[in-house]
Each structure stands twice: as C-alpha cells, then as structure tokens.
Design a protein around this ligand. Structure first.
Ligand code: ADP
Ligand code: MG
Length: 249
C-alpha cells in the first residue's frame, strides 16, 4: 500500500530526436497517486516518448518532470523505482529465469531483508494473480501473464506510479480481463496508473481522466464524460454506448 500522496508532473516539456522535428511540444501534465488515467492518441503522437520521460529514461530538451515538487533525480535508480514502466512487449524487462526471482529482483536491489523481499513478492504475485506461476520461466508466459509479471515487479518495488504502454494489445478477452484486474488492484493500492491505449472501450469505465495526445501536444485532458465527444476529432475511435459500460472486466 502506498501511504503518501504523490504527484508526478511535467512542466513545459519539449523533446526532439536528432532531426529536430518536435516530438513533445510543450507538454504539461499532472498525475496523482491512486488515480487511473488513460492516455490515447494516434500512432506517432508521442505517447511512448512521453512515458519514457516520466521515469527519466529520456531527458527533455527543455522543461522538467517533477516528482512531489522536485525534479526527477538525474541518477536513474531512484526515478526508476518511483515510476515504473511496463512496455508493450515486456520480455526485454525480465531479468531472471523464474517469475518469483524476477519479481524479487527490484526489492532485492533495494537492500531489503529477505523476509521483506519475500513478503513483497508474495503480495505482488497475489495482486497480479500470478501465485500459481512462481517457478515458471517469464519467457514462457502468455502475453497477459507477461504484462502482469512486469506490473508485479513494479508493485514489489512499491513504485508510486506505473505507466503501461498498450497493455491490452494482442490479448484475448481473458487476457484483457486479468490485466485489467491487476491494473485496478494497483490503483486501489494507491499507485498512480497511466494506461496508454487505443482501446477506450476496454477501460474507460474505470478511468478518472482521459488524456489525448496529437502531434506531440496534449489536446484533451478531462473527465471521460467531457473528453469522449471530442476524441474522433483527434483521430481516436469513440466507442458506442455509455461510459459505464466501457469495461472488459
Ligand atoms: N528512437 C527514435 N528516433 C527517432 N524518432 C523517433 C524515435 N522514437 C520515436 N520517434 C518518433 O517520435 C514520434 C513519437 O513516437 P511515439 O512516442 O513512439 O508515438 P506513439 O507512442 O504515440 O505511437 C514519432 O514521430 C516517431 O517516429
Ligand atoms: Mg507507442
């Protein structure tokens, strides 16, 4: 359980790769612990690049990212611990040869005692419904199980925020359901969660805010009710029906 209330904030963030074409163009965004935010937008709008800024994996050309009012630590470790990223294909993130050891990797590196490491691993595996897979090889898990394993690693480090990039892509209904349950469990523990997705109909019912990016800018940041009527204008499909039904749970 995350005790404190945390804020992760981007202020006037600008970024480009070598070709100087702006990829992030004045991003201002505030994320709160315990909140579930959906980040969407057409391909190439800068979602993945933004997420990499939120834990210091990429550094802005201008502007800064603040965690609880302080710029993200320049030295990687601390930022990585506070803000976890789960990539679309998390295989490259797995560092150990069993589920259990992989989840333990983060807490073990934090110099915690064995009992605390074990308690955190058990707790994280339970929250992500992976208890039955303790000794399995991460590379042999299904897509949904791999998403949940990456999330379990973040939970075990007691990160304050986690950002998942397209976590539902290529998953079947049970896969989406189990990832969604794990995402909501993280949120209920007080973690600030960002789900990057095109599939609004799978998650929007559970969402506090909908953020839409286009061409490196945030063009919408509002409640789902306010935001939804505007999304197709920004090339994001608006699902039919009521927001309260937009869940694959
Ligand atoms: N490593 C890179 N080098 C150069 N350009 C990149 C690189 N990664 C992403 N881009 C460009 O940055 C823009 C935003 O990409 P990205 O954040 O991946 O978009 P999204 O996740 O919204 O689909 C795109 O125009 C993409 O081509
Ligand atoms: Mg992307």
């Amino acid at each position: 359980m995350i005790q404190s209330r945390s804020i992760l904030e981007c202020r006037e963030l600008f970024f480009h790769f070598d070709d100087t074409q702006p990829v992030l163009d004045n991003i201002n965004l505030r994320l709160n612990s315990g909140e579930l935010v959906v980040l969407t937008g057409p391909n190439g709008s800068g979602k993945t690049v933004l997420m990499k800024h939120l834990n210091g994996l990429l550094r802005p050309v201008r502007g800064d990212v603040f965690l609880n009012g302080r710029p993200l630590p320049r030295r990687g470790q601390e930022a990585v611990r506070a803000v976890g990223l789960v990539f679309q294909n998390p295989v490259a993130q797995f560092l150990e040869d069993t589920v259990e050891r992989d989840v333990a990797f983060g807490p073990r590196n934090m110099q915690l005692g064995a009992a605390e490491v074990n308690a955190r691993v058990e707790d994280a595996l339970q929250a992500t419904e992976l208890q039955h897979l303790h000794t399995r090889d991460p590379l042999e898990l299904s897509g949904g199980e791999q998403q949940r394993l990456a999330l379990a690693g973040v939970l075990a480090m007691q990160s304050e925020f986690v950002i998942l990039d397209e976590p539902f892509a290529h998953l079947d209904l049970p896969g989406v359901r189990s990832v969604l349950r794990a995402v909501l469990a993280a949120r209920d523990r007080g973690v600030g969660v960002v789900v990057v997705t095109h599939d609004l109909e799978k998650v929007l019912a559970h969402t506090d805010r909908l953020v839409v990016m286009r061409a490196g800018q945030i063009v919408i940041d509002d409640t789902p009710e306010q935001a939804l009527p505007l999304v197709e204008h920004h090339l994001v499909r608006r699902p039919a029906g009521e927001i309260s039904h937009m869940s694959w749970l």
